[in-house]
Design a protein around this ligand. Structure first.
Ligand code: BJ8
Length: 418
């Protein structure tokens, strides 16, 4: 199967070995994990196995696989066309030498990573894709897609950077253009009924994650931040209906744990909210350092977290295809990515999350060379000062070179919270 997907077998084997070791060191060594995490462990152990077999099988039956890099791509439309949406690899250093021959060195790690996975030939997801959707969010991604397009067919969605009436109009027309493209790719007419079904599937997935988030407000925390992050990462790969059922089962277990006052760490453990750039799998460096230093992460204000899942598509009163697409467009423009200006909603959301999850401190995660989030780091720090919530800004990349230095800073920060 790997050969038919065109992977570089030797490099792929090497990657799996490194990932397997990292997973076991970071995840399997955690104490008091909920039993329901066994499903996520299984998915991760098969992320380059059974899930790829499922995709290959689906493709044989005529279904299409569509890769995405960003929250602005409406999954509802992909599901409506009976296609499969997959988030593409962007959370580890890979093929850096090759990447730096075609991209500037001072490009953010996330961009280098997705280009690197493709150049090194080690990501079966990108190879399985019939189409990859990019978007005009930050400049780095926008320009990198021009290069990525030379290796994989791409469709670029224009995401405006403001939310005025003309921006909303442009965005609505882009959502329509995407629906037309997916119809063309799949050969399926996306009717109102199919769209409704797509919305229901994706809303249910997000509702299961809302349920999980609410349970994390308990003290002691019933689940670790590392495990919650993993769940948020897996939602970009797994079958959405199966994933929703499993997360709801896990939430049932967490409710029982909360009733018994069982947690992953004792009550009173410092509670941290992580905010900032997305952490795509297998980017676990910072949360592992925070939790191994004696804190528990109770929320992620991130695209791989609550920024990506908090809003639902409101179908009430929408009956036609065009009306449902209006609602989808509306929902996606509520996302408060730092590429928008002005963007006060995001800062307010960080403050709101500190209250909801009773966070004692905020760690703002900034990928080096990511201008939008690094710039907003100042506004987040100011808002936290005003709320008397200690905050710590961490600027890093995917290498492990600064791990010891970050650990020292995190430990000193946690001392402040005691
Ligand atoms: S909605 S955060 S997924 S654009 S870290 S590549 S912004 S230089 S990932 Fe993002 Fe969509 Fe926004 Fe979310 Fe650029 Fe920054 Fe790199 Fe980034």
């Amino acid at each position: 199967m790997w050969k038919s997907l065109g992977l570089n077998l030797e490099a792929h084997d090497g990657l799996l070995q490194v990932l397997g070791k990292a997973y076991s060191d970071i995840y399997l060594s955690q104490k008091n994990r909920p039993a329901g995490m066994a499903y996520l462990d299984f998915v991760m152990s098969e992320i380059h196995g059974l899930r790829i077999e499922e995709l290959v099988e689906a493709k044989k039956q005529g279904r299409k696989v569509i890769g995405t890099f960003c929250l602005y791509v409406p999954e509802e439309i992909i599901v409506a066309a009976d296609a499969i949406s997959v988030g593409l690899c962007a959370g580890a250093e890979c093929g850096t030498e090759l990447v730096e021959q075609i991209l500037p060195r001072n490009t953010c790690a996330l961009i280098k990573s997705f280009v690197g996975f493709k150049l090194a030939g080690v990501c079966p997801y990108v190879e399985a894709c019939d189409l990859v959707i990019g978007e005009t969010t930050c400049d780095g991604k926008t320009k990198a897609y021009e290069i990525f397009n030379q290796y994989k067919p791409m469709f670029i969605l224009e995401v405006p950077h403001m939310k005025n009436a003309n921006d909303r109009q442009l965005w609505r027309s882009e959502v329509g253009r995407l629906a037309d493209k997916i119809e063309e790719l799949t050969g399926k007419k996306i009717t109102a009924d199919l769209l409704k079904k797509g919305v229901q599937v994706v809303n249910a997935k997000r509702q299961s994650l809302h349920r999980l988030n609410q349970l994390r407000a308990a003290d002691p925390a019933p689940i670790s931040g590392l495990d919650s992050l993993l769940i948020n990462q897996v939602q970009f790969y797994d079958d959405p209906i199966r994933f929703t059922a499993k997360i709801n089962e896990l939430c049932d277990e967490l409710e029982t744990r909360i009733a018994k006052k069982e947690g992953v760490a004792p009550a009173g453990t410092p509670r941290i909210l992580v905010s900032g750039c997305p952490m795509a799998a297998p980017n676990w460096k910072l949360p592992a350092i925070i939790e191994k230093s004696g804190a528990v992460i109770v929320g992620e204000e991130s695209c791989v977290g609550e920024r990506g899942t908090r809003n639902l598509v409101d179908l009430q009163g929408a009956t036609t295809r065009e009306e449902i697409l209006d609602r989808i467009a509306q929902r996606y423009l509520e996302i408060d990515c730092a590429v928008f200006t002005p963007n006060p909603e995001r800062i307010e959301h960080v403050s709101e999350m500190t209250r909801t999850y009773k966070a004692n401190g905020v760690v703002h995660y900034e990928l080096q060379f990511c201008t939008p989030y690094t710039m907003e780091g100042f506004a987040v720090r100011k808002a936290m000062n005003e709320n008397s919530i200690p905050s710590l800004r961490i600027e890093t990349d995917y290498s492990m070179e600064d791990a010891a230095q970050i650990q020292t800073r995190v430990q000193a920060f946690l001392e402040l919270l005691k």
